[in-house]
Design a protein around this ligand. Structure first.
Ligand code: PLP
Length: 386
C-alpha cells in the first residue's frame, strides 16, 4: 500500500486505539520496559532492535517518528539519533574500518569533514570530489568503501546528479550515503535514485520550530540494523522520547511549511536579482536550465540560499547583517524564523578564498514571515551599503 507524503506526515504509523484513542500519541518517557516473566525478558533481549527493552534501543514514541521517516524516504527502516551529527558519526563509524577510503562529493557540512579528518587516526582516509565534479569518478580508489554526498551542498547549494553517482558506485560495490537535510524527503528521495542511505539533521525543516535537535538515518535493514547495533547503541547518541514527540509534531506540517518556504524564497531571489550590489545568488532553482537531472531528482526547493555581494570587508558585511531585524543572526536553519549568517570572520578571508567561498557570501534561511516583510528587511540592509 502506498501512502501520500501528507498521509505519512499526519497519520501513518500511529494507532490511537492502542493509547485510549488519544489523537496525539503519548510520550513514553521511560528509560526501561518491564516484563511479566524472566523468560519473556531474556527473549526480548535477544532482539533489542525490535523489542522494547531499554530506551537506548527502541522507544515507542521514537518509533512512530522512525516509521514515518522510513515511509517518506521510501526506505525499509530508520533509526533516529540525538542530532544530525550523531547519525552521521554512527554511520561512518559503523561502515568504515582501518584501510578504507571515503570519497566526499560536493560541498560538505564542516563538522562532517572534521569527522572524516578525525577518522584518519583509525587508518581511514578521505578525499574530495567537488570543484572538478565532471571528473569525480577519477577520485575513486581501490579501497573506496563509501561515497558520502550532499546535494544541494553546504553554503553554495550546488547540486550533483544523484542517479549517476549511485549507478557508478553500485557497479563498483561502493556504499552510497547522502545528507538529504536541505531538501527533506518531501522534495528529494535519494533511495529511489539508488542511494543506499539517506541521513537527516531533524533539527532543520523536519523539526521546523528551532526547539529541538535530532538526526536520522534511513535505508535497508542490513545497513541500518548494523548502524543500530554498533554506531548507535555503542556510541549512545539516543533521541529522547520528548524530543521525538516535538519532531513528530513538526513533521505533521512539513509539506505545507516547505511549500511556503519555497514560495517566499523564490520571491526573495527575484528581489535579490534586481540588486546591483549582488554578484551571485546560490539556490538550485537557478540551476535547472543547465542541469536537467535536477527536475528528475527534486520536486521542489527549500528556503536556504546564499548570495554574494561586491564587498568582502568584515566591517561592511557586519554593517549589512546588523541592519537586518526580521532576519535574526544565528547558526542553523530550516525553522519558522528567518535567519542570516556568513562564513566570514575578521581573520579568515584568505582561508575562505582557498575553499572557493567568496568572503562576501551571506546565507539566508527564509522563514515563514512572508516575502514582503523579508524583502523590506533586506532593502534596509542594502541601503546601508550605498
Ligand atoms: N548536515 C547539515 C547539512 C547541516 O547543516 C547540519 C547542521 O547544521 C548537520 C548535518 C548536523 O546536524 P545537527 O546540528 O542536528 O547535528
Amino acid at each position: 500500500m502506498t501512502y501520500t507524503d501528507e498521509e505519512i506526515c499526519t497519520q501513518f504509523g500511529e494507532n490511537p486505539s492502542q493509547y485510549e484513542g488519544a489523537v496525539s500519541p503519548p510520550i513514553y518517557q521511560t528509560s526501561l520496559f518491564t516484563f511479566n516473566s524472566f523468560r519473556e525478558f531474556t527473549e526480548a533481549q535477544k532482539l533489542e532492535r525490535e523489542n522494547y527493552v531499554y530506551s537506548r534501543g527502541v522507544n515507542p514514541t521514537v518509533n512512530i517518528l522512525e516509521r514515518k521517516l522510513a515511509a517518506l524516504e521510501r526506505g525499509e527502516t530508520c533509526k533516529c539519533f540525538s542530532s544530525g551529527m550523531g547519525a552521521i558519526s554512527a554511520t561512518l563509524h559503523t561502515l568504515l574500518q582501518n584501510g578504507d577510503h571515503v570519497l566526499l562529493i560536493n560541498n560538505i557540512y564542516g563538522p562532517t569533514i572534521q569527522l572524516a579528518e578525525y577518522l584518519t587516526k583509525f587508518g581511514i582516509s578521505y578525499s574530495f570530489a567537488e570543484e572538478s565534479f565532471a571528473n569525480w569518478e577519477d577520485q575513486i580508489q581501490d579501497n573506496t568503501k563509501l561515497i558520502y554526498a550532499e546535494s544541494p551542498g553546504t553554503m553554495l547549494m550546488k547540486t550533483i546528479d544523484l542517479q549517476a553517482i549511485a549507478e557508478t558506485a553500485k557497479a563498483k560495490g561502493i556504499t552510497t550515503v547522502i545528507d538529504n537535510t536541505w531538501s527533506t524527503p518531501i522534495f528529494q528521495k535519494p533511495l529511489t535514485l539508488g542511494f543506499d542511505l539517506s541521513i537527516h539533521s531533524l533539527t532543520k525543516y523536519i523539526g521546523g520550530h528551532s526547539d529541538v535537535v535530532g538526526g536520522a538515518v534511513i535505508g535497508d535493514h542490513a545497513l541500518v540494523d548494523a548502524i543500530f547495533q554498533y554506531g548507535y547503541q555503542l556510541n549512545g547518541a539516543v533521541l529522547g522520547a520528548h524530543d521525538a514527540y516535538l519532531i513528530n509534531r513538526g513533521l505533521r506540517t512539513l509539506p505545507i511549511r516547505l511549500r511556503q518556504h519555497q514560495e517566499n524564497a523564490l520571491q526573495v531571489i527575484e528581489y535579490l536579482q534586481t540588486k546591483e550590489e549582488v554578484v551571485a545568488i546560490h539556490h538550485p532553482s537557478l540551476e535547472t536550465a543547465d542541469k536537467p537531472y535536477i527536475k528528475k531528482q527534486m520536486s521542489g526547493f527549500s528556503g536556504l540560499l546564499s548570495f554574494e555581494i561586491k564587498h568582502d570587508d568584515f566591517a561592511i558585511i557586519s554593517r549589512f547583517i546588523d541592519a537586518l531585524s526580521l532576519f535574526k543572526i544565528g547558526v542553523s536553519w530550516g525553522g519558522y524564523e528567518s535567519l542570516v549568517s556568513s562564513p566570514l570572520k575578521d581573520d579568515n578571508k584568505q582561508q575562505l578564498l582557498e575553499q572557493g567561498i567568496s568572503p562576501g557570501l551571506i546565507r539566508l534561511s527564509i522563514g515563514l514571515e512572508g516575502a514582503t516583510l523579508q524583502i523590506n528587511d533586506l532593502e534596509k540592509a542594502f541601503q546601508q551599503l550605498s
